[in-house]
Design a binder for this molecule. Sequence first.
Ligand SMILES: *[C@@H]1O[C@H](CO)[C@@H](O)[C@H](O)[C@H]1NC(C)=O
Ligand SMILES: *[C@@H]1O[C@H](CO)[C@@H](O)[C@H](O)[C@H]1NC(C)=O
Ligand SMILES: *[C@@H]1O[C@H](CO)[C@@H](O)[C@H](O)[C@H]1NC(C)=O
Length: 328
Amino acid sequence: MPSKVSYLYLLTVVCWASALWYLSVSRSSTAYTSQLSIPIRKLPKPNKNATFSNIRTRCLNPHDFGYLINEAKKCEAEPPFLVILISTTHKEFDARQAIRETWGDESTFQDVRVVTLFLLGRSTDNVLNQMLEQESQIFHDIVVEDFIDSYHNLTLKTLMGMRWVATFCSKAQYVLKTDSDIYVNMENLIFNLLKPTTKPRRRYFTGYVINGGPIRDMRSKWYMPRDLYPESKYPPFCSGTGYVFSADVAELIFNTSLHTRLLHLEDVYMGVCLRKLGIHPFQNSGFNHWKMAYSLCRYRRVVTVHQISPEEMHRIWNDMTSKKHLKC
Ligand SMILES: *[C@@H]1O[C@H](CO)[C@@H](O)[C@H](O)[C@H]1NC(C)=O
Ligand SMILES: *[C@@H]1O[C@H](CO)[C@@H](O)[C@H](O)[C@H]1NC(C)=O
Ligand SMILES: *[C@@H]1O[C@H](CO)[C@@H](O)[C@H](O)[C@H]1NC(C)=O
């Protein structure tokens, strides 16, 4: 009997000794690493919600492209009332020039500050990149991020505009995002829709609202694969030909996009982000998704018209500015 008790005693002593030895070793090792100031990687805490929170914080779309051309100081002096972001491609020099000389002219209104910017990615043709660089040095109205400029990357172009407003122009009041073949009736947009003298809106988004669903026909320009977007309906979205929003929405959308799977259809993707944000786009009958034959009185009532060539842009602008006195 006494031998059994002493065995148990011995076992306890051995256990304690090894426990103490283990503790001293592990402590001295942490002290050793911290002396060398090597960051100690902590093991993840067991957390039931670990996978769930990963889904919310993981960056699906980090959008960390560098700027190849930037106009970081455009808004520094005075926050503009309206920032115009025009999605364009390298070869559309005529379209950019027509916009500069017509509705996109920043000096049209004396009391309303407008900033006009053309958005592009990088061309695979270096001659085009160099030409754009020269154009930028003349006009200072071009922003380029380092992603390949292509129709399938149009969403990146819009997100780049959102990021630019959030970073360099967050005190602007409104933003118009449009394309280079759109005629914009600026008087209508600024004085009848946005109204500089009224209280600025927040979480505001308007344009030609489309309630549609994905097109599964692969030949369509708007084809949407089922595995990319399985739902049968899109959330309401504004046609990418022209939409207007309060500048606070730029940062909200950009932040949301970091955790939202990219869709190549830029306007649909904005709708998906807006749904996540709980922002409902307003329908406004002034935004025209389709082409509309020119007539002075008709164009006085619109905000945007689609499919306008550079020549038409000049003709419409000249006609409308020279006939301001005419009544409809
Ligand atoms: C997990 O998340 C839910 C919802 O956010 C929360 O109610 C719950 O307390 C969380 N549980 C743990 C263990 O963190
Ligand atoms: C979009 O841009 C990224 C980044 O430059 C590039 O890797 C990708 O190939 C582009 N996608 C298309 C469809 O051009
Ligand atoms: C967007 O994300 C940035 C960086 O995480 C953060 O500082 C900012 O507060 C966010 N803005 C909004 C409106 O959520």
